[in-house]
Design a protein around this ligand. Structure first.
Ligand code: NAP
Length: 488
């Protein structure tokens, strides 16, 4: 079935990019194809932006800034609330676009829409609460104030794995703060981004406040150089790999931009002997197999204590083997395809490496057609194996056995990554002890669905800088200005 036929409103399938409130072609006139990862079939084509298009988009964002910034928080909140309502009304179509270009099962795509739009609602509300402070002055003839003001023109570069949520988590706080923004979504998933833009226009968000440039991987590098090098841009928000984050941070250094980075992760999933086994199994299944394991907070190392280890491995293997892999539009499918052939190769290499080094394959371990990979459980994983160090980004559960809490703490932290960690225990004192010792930005204690609009999302070490969502997330898009008033 053609993608436009799956949509209730075919007008949400945009094949131009959004700049200055207009749907435009690239200046070069070139386009690139968007394919469904479950079938390999082309579903759309969109403009392939180059450096000159990026400059035009920054021009538009710069022009739109004074009037958007001058609105009251309450006025911006009302427009954003309309945007939220329209996103909710189009939720099913947005889910269809996500499934079509990213591959995740439709139910998961629906959950992503619900999650992603919650940031628009939240930050629409926060727009009214951007307060400053009156400070207690050390001088009787002076009054001191701290104001929080929009940082200015912002840019965002986002990944393919959550095509809607990774954009709303950035655009919503930027707009609420009074900033304007240029977004560059990933090559594989431009369609959801463009539909979000169409709904923003319909909601009355003025032209130039939100601009969305689409580009293929080669051109993304050129566009990225302009977005991170233009001195008119004050802030970069990037979600993606640590490797690319490093490049973009370096590029931002020449004009000293503020940067917010949400980068790679390598989450440990820790199960102590006293854990509720079924609770831990449910948590592991949902955290690991969500989006076929292609999530930054997906557990990549499973540490299970000796007394519960064999039961954990048996149960998780049985449950994993029962999951259905297939096209995300087919009813009953639990796991969709990986994003592309390169992703499948990487997952296979991690599995093969573990087995070559002595781990035992308990279930799965093989790719299917196109981008599909069987849910896989491997026991006997050691620290020397690649999957213990690098993000697998696939549906693989590699289990290592540990004996004592001290032994666990010696291996659970990661040299480079510090995004999320999970631990399961019924011992309250242990939960505190271990959570405090884990060097990660987010810890799930007997919980694996940890992300929501109220919570500060972000990592430590080379997993990132700054936080998204929560009452803290808007600070990324604000500057503090100090006023010293002399009483003469
Ligand atoms: P990626 O390769 O780093 O790409 C992310 C974005 O950066 C894409 O839009 C990509 O464009 C663009 N890009 C790549 N190289 C660039 C360059 N030199 N200059 C400018 N832009 C460039 O990451 P990915 O493979 O899409 O996503 C997976 C990674 O994201 C994983 O490491 C995952 O852990 C991380 N992630 C982190 C979070 C978090 O919140 N911490 C959330 C989700 C994902 P093209 O697509 O056009 O190449």
């Amino acid at each position: 079935m053609k993608l436009s036929e799956r949509l209730k409103e075919a007008g949400l399938l945009k094949q131009h990019f959004l700049c200055d409130g207009q749907w435009q072609a690239a200046l070069s006139g070139t386009q690139f194809a968007v394919a469904d990862p479950a079938t390999g079939v082309q579903i759309a084509s969109v403009p392939n932006a180059e450096a000159a298009d990026a400059t035009v988009a920054i021009d538009a964002a710069e022009r739109a800034l004074p009037s958007w910034r001058a609105l009251t928080g309450k006025q911006r909140a009302r427009t954003m609330r309309r945007w939220y309502d329209l996103l909710c009304e189009s939720a099913e179509d947005l889910a269809v676009l996500i499934s079509a270009e990213e591959g995740k099962p439709l139910n998961e795509a629906r959950a992503e829409v619900e999650y992603g739009v919650s940031f628009v609602e939240w930050f629409a509300e926060e727009a009214k609460r951007i307060d400053g402070d009156v400070l207690q002055s050390p001088h009787s003839d002076k009054r001191l104030l701290a104001l929080r003001q929009p940082i200015g023109v912002c840019v965002s570069i986002t990944p393919w794995n959550f095509p809607l949520a990774m954009i709303t988590r950035k655009v919503a706080p930027a707009l609420a703060a009074g900033c304007t923004i240029v977004v560059k979504p990933a090559e594989q998933t431009p369609l959801t981004a463009l539909a979000i833009g169409e709904l923003a226009l319909r909601a009355g968000i003025p032209g130039g406040v939100l601009n969305i440039l689409t580009a293929d991987s080669a051109n993304s590098v050129l566009v990225g150089e302009v977005l991170t090098g233009d001195p008119r841009v004050a802030h970069l928000s990037f979600t993606g790999s640590t490797e690319v984050g490093r490049i973009l941070m370096r590029q931002c250094a020449s004009t000293i931009k503020k940067v917010s980075l949400e980068l790679g992760g390598h989450a440990p999933f820790i199960v102590f002997d006293d854990a509720d086994l079924e609770g831990a199994i449910e948590g592991a299944l949902s955290a690991k197999y969500r989006n076929a394991g292609q999530a930054c907070i997906s557990p990549n190392r499973f540490y299970v204590q000796a007394g519960i280890h064999d039961r954990f491995v048996a149960r998780i293997s049985e449950r994993s083997a029962a999951l259905r892999v297939g096209n995300g539009f087919d009813p009953g499918v639990n796991i969709g395809p990986l994003i592309d052939a390169q992703a499948v190769t990487k997952v296979q290499q991690h599995v093969d490496d573990a087995i070559r080094q002595g781990a035992q394959l308990v279930t799965g371990g093989k790719p299917g057609e196109l981008g599909f990979f069987q849910p896989t459980v491997i026991a006997g994983v050691t620290h020397a194996m690649v999957m213990s160090r690098e993000e697998t980004f696939g549906p693989v559960i590699g289990v290592a056995r540990f004996e004592t809490e001290a032994e666990l703490l010696a291996i659970a932290n990661h040299k480079e990554y510090g995004l999320a960690a999970y631990l399961y225990t019924r011992d309250l004192a242990r939960a505190w002890r271990v959570a405090e010792a884990l060097e990660f930005g987010m810890i799930g204690i007997n919980a694996s669905a940890i992300s929501n609009e109220v919570a500060p999302f972000g990592g430590v070490k080379q997993s990132g800088l700054g936080r998204e969502g929560s009452k803290y997330g808007i600070d990324e898009y604000l500057e503090m200005k100090y006023l010293c008033v002399g009483l003469q």
